[in-house]
Design a protein around this ligand. Structure first.
Ligand code: UD1
Length: 422
């Protein structure tokens, strides 16, 4: 257990580079199970969730070699198709392994996966899709047992464009017999990345980035080297940190094209934004303007993963802002923590009304989930005095040493004990 200590009141200044994307890396790591040969990934972020996924792969029999952000997964030794229980309970993305394992080895088993506590997170769309592809799935005593005589391509209409279900089904369809069409699939950039990786590795997927994705099955896969792209949510978090502190920063590698919705909101808040080929420059106002309405939506809408950071920004805005959370049902827990700093917000169901205050004060807080935790750090950077945030390990799931990144921009953020995030 570790804690972040933030001393507020300093506008961030300088340049920061964005690390590799967690949400791109996790399905790609799971997809290595489809390959008959080793796969090498570079710019793979050194995060708790990535470590957990690597541990799961290792338990299945993969050989993992890791040096900094370079990871090699050799899947040739896979002998087991059941996911390790303790890790699966902690990592929702463990689910990503069901599709590829089932496809290649015709069986997979796991307990129900865990993850951040941001509402009910069912897995019905994943299981429905796998059943349509020909999996027999039994759910008993909290475990999921899947088997098949061989998956067969088909049309799968998703009731909701779930990111994870789309990814899982794409991977499952890669080795299936025949053609699979996913209709109403998610369009998130991480889907495009996964499909680019699969295509480079010898599989055949078209339509990524649109709601209809076609996978021609029967692929075999071949050894490849692939660079994980920059994390759009981390980039958005750094930009929000620059904005809330009235700072002036350059976020190198920020994937500009994937950040249209958040950048528009930052402009509305009064930030000066310059989109460059290699990143984004931001100059924040002394005090942000209110955001009339943010509604989280599947991509290209405003990402739910940046909702809490922009919530923090609204707490010190000149007027009243409205946030509607449409993707997850319990994603305003940070609101209660921000109130301890003097924020004025009223939360009802999926809506939060935030009346901006002139200043926040430091407080003792708890990070209940990954992005909500990052929002508390941002508020701490703006607040007067010291903020202590318990549960830093939740923030570490998605940010590589956030305290070091913000310190490099002049923020005063330290960890206790200092060596806890390794
Ligand atoms: C992914 C991201 C997460 C992001 C989310 C939405 C990863 C590793 N995680 O999560 O950071 O916040 O997309 O952009 O990429 N749902 C069902 N049944 C299902 C699956 C999902 O009802 O079988 C619901 C969920 O409860 C949620 C909504 O669909 O309300 C969106 O979930 P989904 O898009 O699946 O998110 P994840 O893939 O879990």
């Amino acid at each position: 257990m570790s804690k972040l200590k933030v001393v507020g009141g300093i506008p961030l200044r300088g340049e920061i580079a964005v690390h590799g994307s967690k949400n791109a890396a996790l399905p790609i790591l799971a997809a290595t199970v489809l390959f008959p040969e080793p796969v090498e990934l570079t710019n793979c972020p050194e995060l708790a969730d990535v470590r957990h996924m690597l541990a799961l792969l290792e338990e299945l029999g993969c050989r993992i070699r890791q040096q900094g952000d370079r990871v090699e997964v050799d899947p040739r030794g896979i002998t087991c198709t059941e996911l390790r229980t303790d890790i699966t309970r902690r990592l929702r993305s463990s689910l990503f392994l069901l599709g590829p394992l089932l496809s290649r080895f015709h069986e997979a088993a796991a307990v129900y996966p865990g993850g951040c506590d941001i509402g009910r997170r069912p897995i019905d769309l994943h299981l429905q899709g796998l059943r349509l592809l020909g999996a027999e799935i039994e759910e008993r005593e909290g475990r999921i047992y899947c088997r098949t005589a061989g998956l067969k391509g088909t049309d799968i209409q998703l009731d909701y464009p779930s990111v994870g279900a789309t990814e899982n089904l794409i991977m499952a369809a890669c080795i299936a017999q025949g053609v699979t069409r996913i209709i109403n699939g998610a369009c998130e950039p991480e889907i495009v990345t996964l499909c680019e990786f699969l295509n480079r590795g010898g599989f055949s997927v078209t339509g990524a980035g649109t709601p209809q994705i076609t996978i021609r099955g029967g692929g075999e896969g071949r050894s490849i080297r692939y660079e994980i792209p920059a994390d759009r949510i981390v980039a958005g978090t750094y930009l929000a940190a620059g904005a809330i502190t009235g700072g002036e920063i350059f976020v190198r590698n920020a994937p500009v094209k994937e950040l249209t919705a958040p950048l528009n909101k930052l402009r509305e808040a009064g930030c000066l934004i310059r989109e460059e080929r290699v990143g984004v420059y931001l100059k924040g106002p002394k005090r942000p303007r209110e955001l009339k309405k943010i509604e989280t939506r599947p991509y290209p809408g405003f990402p739910t993963d940046l909702q809490s950071q922009f919530f923090a920004l609204c707490t010190v805005a000149r007027g009243t802002s409205l946030i509607v959370e449409n993707v997850f049902e319990n994603r305003f827990v940070h609101g209660e923590e921000l109130q301890k700093m003097g924020a004025l917000c009223h939360i009802r169901g999926d809506m939060a009304v935030i009346r901006g205050v002139k200043s926040l004060h430091g407080a003792d807080l708890t990070a209940h989930d990954l992005r909500g935790g990052a929002a508390l750090v941002l508020a701490g950077l703006r607040a007067e005095g010291m903020t202590r945030i318990e549960g830093a390990q939740r923030i570490d799931r998605g940010y590589v040493r956030l305290e070091e990144a913000l310190s490099a921009l002049g923020g005063r953020v330290t960890r206790e004990p200092p060596e806890a995030n390794v």
